[in-house]
Design a protein around this ligand. Structure first.
Ligand SMILES: [Zn+2]
Length: 185
């Protein structure tokens, strides 16, 4: 459907709306029309932001150019603070930025800053150098308790291999796997 054509969408919307599906507004890509707000009868759209977050916005707000992101644009500008502190292209900052994207995508708690990330020379679990010579030796930000997200005290940099082996396993599960590997089960 091209811009300007009319669709009623899947919602119980009171009136037809200009179809914005597939249109891009800054970082936002319009996915589909959603049900109008209970009290405000205005066409509402589900949008996917480039950062991975999903937001619903009024068509008017999109077309006026008021909303060009899920809010990450403003946060990124605030993030230039970090760049001024010389943390911009460092591995810690890249790790921080990737973690923030994952947190937004999967709805995980997130309150760390780049300063909370420390990349040691060796994996604290497997003792191998974290030199990135192989995929396994790439430093990887682990959530100690995965559900608790990227919060201070719950993140630690270990090797990609150690992180992959741990995955989302509990200590009890790992102990059972170890017993199995030792032929005890
Ligand atoms: Zn965003």
């Amino acid at each position: 459907m091209k811009f300007g054509s009319v669709c009623s969408g899947p919602s119980k919307a009171g009136r037809p709306a200009i179809d914005l599906r597939g249109q891009r507004f800054g970082r936002l890509l319009v996915i589909e029309r959603t049900a109008n707000h209970a009290r405000v009868d205005r066409p509402t759209w589900l949008c996917q932001c480039d950062c991975g977050a999903e937001v619903t916005l009024y068509g008017g707000a999109l077309r006026s150019g008021r909303n060009k992101s899920c809010g990450c644009l403003r946060r990124d500008r605030a993030g230039q603070l970090y760049r001024k502190h010389g943390k911009s292209k460092t591995p810690e900052y890249v790790m921080f930025y990737d973690a923030r994207k994952r947190a937004q995508r999967f709805g995980l708690p997130f309150d760390i800053t780049p300063e909370d990330i420390f990349i040691p020379s060796h994996c604290p679990v497997l003792r191998m150098p974290l030199d990135g010579a192989t995929r396994d030796s790439v430093p990887s930000l682990d959530r100690f308790l995965p559900d608790q997200g990227y919060v201070r005290g719950n993140v630690r940099v270990i090797s990609f291999r150690a992180n992959r082996l741990k995955s989302d396993a509990t200590a009890t599960e790992i102990a059972a796997v170890l017993a199995y590997m030792k032929g005890q089960i």
